[in-house]
Design a protein around this ligand. Structure first.
Ligand SMILES: [Mn+2]
Length: 388
């Protein structure tokens, strides 16, 4: 996509301008980011999802058994019958993995890397409902789906910001309001990480939160070193051949530190392994149990596609690709596959998550490596037949 074309989704600024001036820096309010937006899911359907075993959901009641009572799903059918008239909210996580029309909304966020997107959380709130003033460590786009929500924004926070004493929720003790807006369907508010915000429903309202993921520095270091260590033989050790005699045998000298740094740099700086780890890590599914493959032979795959069957991305799968030296690598739901450069267009086709069928896949099925890749992705569960 061209980063210099003004986008309605960004209120008429370009992706380049948004990334330069707002992303990870400051909030942006966009009126009518999507004009005439109609929520692809109703409040009843959302409540229905919250009954499902595999769906993560929460109810927050401002005046429950105690202030800001949190109840965790999955809920029983009658859980919504006894709720008060107002001041509660239902939050359902990763609705994009269960409702294809919600997943399609993510097409509007193509100006950001897809592997940075975490999920689309949808909240339904009765008048006065919200989760209190808080901050998140992630970027979020808040798209109003139905009804009206008043958003207030406040100060930048960090780990030291005082919180209310609450066992389950992170609610800020202080909120220093700087701005407020009422959002109506199609309006969108972008918030950078750590900015205090406080949303309250004005009427029965539904808000879509497109959340992003970024590993913490601690996660990067622990996970990458775990990954690296599988490739390092036990025989490779700290070594000090050619060391100078120590003036005091009890002193750890500067020379030892330099040897350690050299050992770390040699491995931590391995770009091939770093890229492989990162791609695998960023494509790990939120719910790995929902990426279950099927046994399938090459003949069965070819026969089905030739008979008009279509392959789509499993909504729970994550895909990305990259270049590693002369080769390409496809990351699929936490796994990686090294592929030859001739498959570039196939990788782009597979990752763009459009429907795969005889017409766009045909030429690739004639290629040994291409056919094998498609087969492996179906067996792994990242791709699946459309009616399954
Ligand atoms: Mn939030």
């Amino acid at each position: 996509m061209n980063p210099d074309i003004p986008l309605q989704m960004l209120g008429g600024i370009t992706a380049r301008e948004f990334l330069r001036d707002y992303w990870q820096k400051k909030p942006l309010l966009v009126r009518q980011a999507i004009s005439d937006f109609e929520s692809p899911i109703s409040a009843d359907e959302l409540a229905g999802l919250a009954l499902e075993e595999e769906v993560e959901s929460r109810l927050v009641l401002e005046h429950g058994e105690r202030p800001w009572e949190l109840r965790r799903g999955p809920f029983e059918e009658d859980a919504f019958a006894d709720l008060p008239e107002r001041d509660w909210t239902l939050l359902v996580q990763a609705v994009d993995q269960f409702v294809p029309e919600v997943a399609e909304l993510l097409q509007n966020f193509r100006f950001l890397p897809s592997w940075r997107i975490d999920d689309v959380m949808i909240s339904f709130a009765t008048p006065g409902g919200g989760v209190g003033p808080h901050f998140d460590n992630y970027d979020v786009f808040l798209l109003q789906g139905q009804g009206h929500r008043r958003w207030k924004i406040g100060q930048m926070c960090d780990a030291d910001s005082p919180m209310l004493e609450h066992a389950d929720l992170r609610i800020l003790a202080n909120f220093e309001q700087t701005d407020e807006w009422v959002l109506e369907p199609g309006d969108m508010l972008y918030l950078p990480p750590r900015l205090a915000h406080y949303g309250t429903a004005e009427d029965d309202c539904m808000t879509y939160s497109v959340g992003f993921r970024a590993p913490s520095a601690a996660e990067v270091l622990t996970h990458f070193t775990d990954f690296l260590s599988q490739f390092l033989p036990d025989e490779e050790r700290y070594s000090d051949a050619g060391t100078a005699p120590a003036s005091d045998p009890h002193q750890i000298q500067r020379d030892s530190l330099d040897r350690l740094k050299a050992l770390l740099n040699e491995h931590m700086g391995d770009e091939r392994l770093l890229m492989t780890w990162f791609g695998q890590f960023m494509t790990e599914p939120k719910y790995p149990e929902l990426v279950a493959g099927t046994e399938l032979s090459e003949e069965e795959l070819l026969e089905q596609i030739e008979n008009g069957a279509m392959l789509v991305r499993n909504l729970s799968a994550r895909l990305a690709w990259s270049e590693v030296g002369e080769d390409l690598v496809l990351f699929a739901s936490g796994q990686s596959r090294l592929l030859s450069a001739s498959l570039r267009e196939l990788l782009k086709l597979i990752c763009s998550a459009d429907v795969l069928h005889m017409e766009n896949l045909g030429q690739w099925l004639a290629d040994d490596e291409g056919r094998n890749l498609v087969l492996e992705l179906v067996k792994q569960g990242s791709l699946e037949f459309a009616d399954e």
